[in-house]
Design a protein around this ligand. Structure first.
Ligand code: FES
Ligand code: FES
Length: 899
């Protein structure tokens, strides 16, 4: 069929029933993205004869004779479209995966439509930004500046910015491979069953099917899909394909075929015979006497603490005497709280392509936060030497901890090794819900006591964490959850009882906050009740009780004591939120004058160590090149902005500008090791390695200049870059080739802080909640890139509001996810989120690169608790379970009113 795509006459040959998105992508229009198949995300938006459409819902044949515009067709030859320029000017993207679709929609809006953005942008989801910079970018289209926007030189754009807004930056599946095969997973319909037999004959008879893999083909070796620096941190309880399935949606078999359609048909024709085993759908059931054992005793070598009780790990620890402290306290408050399963919601789903190259090296291009740890895992599971495995990433379309797992690479690699052909796997959005990981659901009981003067004397936590069918990160999340949450407070008596158990439900894993958000939600509400019970302002109460430099950080024992006060800005954060809340905003008339509306305020505080414990290593290399410098770094870029800061850090050490630093990254073939971009370590750990490498190169340049000129190294005021540029007669040729290496282990670590405040209004008869003010203060050390750091805070806050108000993975009575799509799950849209005022403490960390600390993971943590505290203030009702959706608020208010 003939049509015009981006002003070029084009011929497409869509298959029957094929959507326009897939037809365009197969024809090389990779600016059109895939985030779902149900018209929910907007990543696939194109203009069809000038009208924005979700091309995943548009049959390809409908475009015959039409004019299709993708993001790549928006710009003129010599000038970006105003919307593209506005997105650059306002840093209106992070991972950038939503950006092509966003821009196409924005380009179609007229001025009137731009006045109602919640409506105009309701078809486009961004999981990273919290929408504020997107809204600002769109607003600027109606108030253009007379000249080019002035950019703060301290906040340079990401190196890939231009490619992101023009839709030309490649993600994992945006580089076509000739002769690629497609892998599809057959998934379990049962929560717990043993596979008795698999008959693959009908599947193999499907034209184009090349291979069926079952547990008989998979290595027996157990591993964990969770990726840490220390491979032993999670239990080895997983096989690539297992003969026992432990959750609805678990892999049963894989079908590899010439086309995705053939692979899907092959999956449908696989005949699997199961012997059903009893399901265990709640953590309470898992602990009940006589509960079915989910991972049998012979898996004890997998480091499962009590397999016969389904307990993977536990903590039972006490400092001081909590019972005595409660007995003598003037006030004691306690409560039991529940946090729900959440999806990461990164718009690019899990995907990878594996092949064996001409040197017999297994090569995997994948969407991961941890390429080096994925290589280690592949070597372990497939029994391959390190030099026979290469893992690398293109730009990654969001992660939030979800891509700290090996969920696609192993099966694609196994198929590629068997077939010696490139094999691609891409999760559907539904598979993200049923076959990827989620946030740990936790039941958290908190008891706390204080003296009349507001001094906290004791805190006790009792936690039951549900890790689902596999133990990915279960122990680590539990340890982290019980650590900084209580270390934040000076109370001398602390007790923790925490247990993490298996259930036959979809597995949990790493998620932004790594367990702290769940405990913070409970603890900060109980502390709020104490403050209110004593009549002390909640911020003042925290000022009385939070740790200060010199205080011991008492928490559960992690057997590592390498956390130091590299800097301290919590006092400033508390002051920022207090001052901002003191400024009264304009409240809408209908709220002011309607007695059915109640207003309330709430705050919560959080602390996080600046890196994970027990090691987080990174290497970096900086070399002189003809064009400037080359920085090689292991960390992947998935919207966290670390690549930009790495360039800034290297440029600062060399006395040059970031545009002279070319960056290569996230490829096991170009560097020795990098633990990965998680736990907010991109800036603090890999950034420190970068700083060391760049400083080392700068020193070598100075030494070499001194040697050549017979002077002492410190005699000139010229920067290393000025030497290279020949400002002292010496130039590039006198130094080349020169390079330097930097390396860090991630210890010692510093502490970072976040405080959030809300003012809200609640319409009690309907449960409507409006956020009037959202204020966040962060102690990130020296802020290296203000625009990006603000973006990380806003994105974290947005996810925290999603956790508090909307998002929940729901399981039905069989253990299956009943809302496996973005719409049913309710990922927040532009109209769902407020604008957050962001403040940074003015601190300089003596441990971090350029004085910086971490700040991507932690802004999430205090948000649900602060919102719950505001709700309690407004309604008098304590909301102990997230999400407190509108119906729950309505019900609780109605019950409180006796209706
Ligand atoms: S890919 Fe079309 S709306 Fe998500
Ligand atoms: S930048 Fe919008 S989804 Fe990542």
């Amino acid at each position: 069929m003939k049509l015009i795509v981006d002003d070029a006459a084009t011929e497409l040959s869509p298959r029957p029933g094929q959507c326009l998105r897939t037809a365009l992508r197969e024809a090389g229009h990779q600016g059109v993205k895939k985030g779902c198949d149900t018209g929910d995300c907007g990543a696939c938006t194109v203009l069809l004869d000038g009208m924005p459409v979700h091309s995943c819902l548009t049959p390809a044949f409908r475009a015959e004779g039409s004019r299709v515009t993708t993001v790549r067709g928006l710009a003129d030859a010599d000038r970006l479209h105003p919307a593209q320029q506005a997105f650059l000017d306002h840093n209106a993207f992070q991972c950038g995966f939503c950006t092509p679709g966003m821009l196409v929609t924005v380009a179609s809006l007229d001025q009137a439509q731009r006045q109602d953005l919640p409506r105009a942008m309701k078809g486009n989801i961004c999981r990273c930004t919290g929408y504020r910079p997107i809204a600002d970018a769109i607003a600027s289209l109606d108030a253009p500046l007379p000249g080019p926007a002035a950019r703060d030189p301290a906040s340079p754009l990401p190196p890939a910015a231009q490619a992101v807004v023009t839709g030309t930056v490649p993600y994992t599946l945006d580089v076509p491979e000739a002769g690629i095969l497609h892998l599809k997973l057959k998934r379990s319909p049962h929560a717990h069953a043993r596979i008795v037999a698999i008959d693959a004959s009908a599947a193999m008879a499907v034209p184009g099917v090349r291979l069926v893999l079952t547990h008989a083909d998979a290595p027996a070796r157990l591993y964990s899909s969770a990726r840490h620096q220390r491979l032993t941190d999670s239990p080895d309880d997983t096989r690539i394909l297992d003969e026992v399935v432990r959750h609805v949606g678990q892999r049963v078999a894989a079908v590899v075929a010439d086309t995705l359609a053939a692979a899907e048909e092959g999956c449908e024709r696989l005949h699997v015979e199961y012997a059903l085993l009893p399901p265990v759908l709640t953590p309470e059931e898992a602990l009940a006497p006589g509960a079915p054992i989910i991972h049998p005793k012979d898996a004890a070598t997998a480091r499962i603490e009590q397999p016969e009780r389904n307990i993977i790990a536990s903590v039972h620890e006490e400092h001081g005497d909590t019972e005595a402290a409660f007995a003598s306290a003037d006030i004691v408050r306690e409560g039991s709280f529940r946090n729900q399963r959440m999806q990461h919601g990164h718009l690019e789903t899990h995907a990878s392509i594996a092949w064996v190259d001409e040197n017999d090296v297994l090569t995997v291009r994948t969407s991961t936060q941890v390429p080096f740890l994925t290589r280690e895992a592949l070597c372990h599971v497939l029994a391959l030497p390190r030099d026979k495995v290469r893992v690398f990433c293109e730009r990654v379309g969001g992660g939030f901890g979800g891509k700290q797992e090996m969920l696609t690479e192993d099966i694609a690699a196994l198929a590629a090794l068997k077939l010696r052909r490139p094999v691609q796997i891409e999760f559907t959005r539904e598979e993200q819900f049923i076959g990827a990981t989620c946030r740990h659901a936790m039941r958290v009981r908190v008891k706390a006591g204080a003296r009349r003067d507001g001094t906290l004397t004791a805190i006790a936590l009792d936690i039951l964490s549900d890790t689902g069918a596999y133990g990915n990160f279960g122990p680590a999340v539990m340890f982290h959850a019980t650590n900084e949450s209580i270390a934040l407070y000076r109370a001398p008596n602390k007790k923790v009882d925490a247990v993490v158990v298996y259930t036959t439900t979809p597995p949990a894993g790493a998620f932004r906050g790594f367990g702290l958000g769940q405990v913070n939600f409970a603890l900060e509400q109980v502390l709020d009740e104490i403050a209110r019970g004593l009549g002390i302002d909640p911020i003042r109460f925290r000022e009385i009780n939070v740790i200060r430099p010199g205080d011991p950080m008492i928490s559960t024992s992690l057997a590592v004591h390498d956390v130091e006060y590299g800097s301290y800005g919590l006092d400033q954060c508390l002051a920022h939120v207090r001052d901002a809340l003191a400024v009264r905003e304009e409240v809408p008339e209908e709220i002011l004058h309607d007695p059915d509306w109640s207003q309330g305020e709430g705050v919560a505080a959080a602390m996080i160590d600046s890196a994970p414990p027990l090691g987080h290593a990174a290497q970096a290399r900086v070399a002189l090149t003809a064009e400037g410098y080359e920085l090689i770094i292991g960390t992947a870029e998935f919207g966290n902005g670390s690549t930009t800061t790495h360039g800034q850090i290297a440029a600062d050490a060399l006395g040059t500008t970031p545009d002279r630093v070319r960056i290569r990254q996230s490829d096991t073939a170009i560097l020795g090791h990098d633990t990965g971009a998680f736990g907010s370590t991109g800036t603090t750990i890999a950034g420190l390695a970068t700083e060391r490498a760049a400083q080392s190169l700068a020193a070598r340049l100075r030494d070499e200049a001194a040697r050549q000129t017979g002077t002492a190294p410190g005699e000139w005021s010229l920067t290393p870059d000025a030497l290279v540029r020949g400002e002292m007669r010496l130039g590039l040729r006198d130094f080349a080739p020169l390079s330097a290496h930097g390396e860090v282990t991630g210890s010692p670590r510093s502490v970072c802080f976040n405080v959030h405040g809300f003012r809200i209004a609640v319409h009690r008869p309907t449960g409507e909640l409006r956020i009037l003010r959202s204020i966040h203060a962060a102690d990130a050390g020296r802020v290296i890139n203000g625009a990006q750091c603000r973006g990380q805070v806003e994105g974290g806050v947005a996810q925290g509001i999603g956790a508090a108000l909307f998002e929940a993975i729901r399981l039905d009575g069989t253990g299956a996810v009943s809302n496996p799509n973005l719409r049913g799950y309710h990922l927040p849209r532009l109209g769902d989120l407020p604008r957050t005022e962001v403040f940074f403490a003015d601190t300089y960390d003596r441990l971090g690169p350029m004085g910086a600390k971490s700040m991507s993971e932690s802004p999430f943590n205090p948000v649900p608790a602060a919102l719950a505290n505001a709700l309690a203030d407004a309604t008098g009702v304590r909301f102990r379970e997230t999400p407190f959706s509108r119906d729950r608020i309505w019900r609780a208010c109605s019950e409180a009113a006796g209706a």
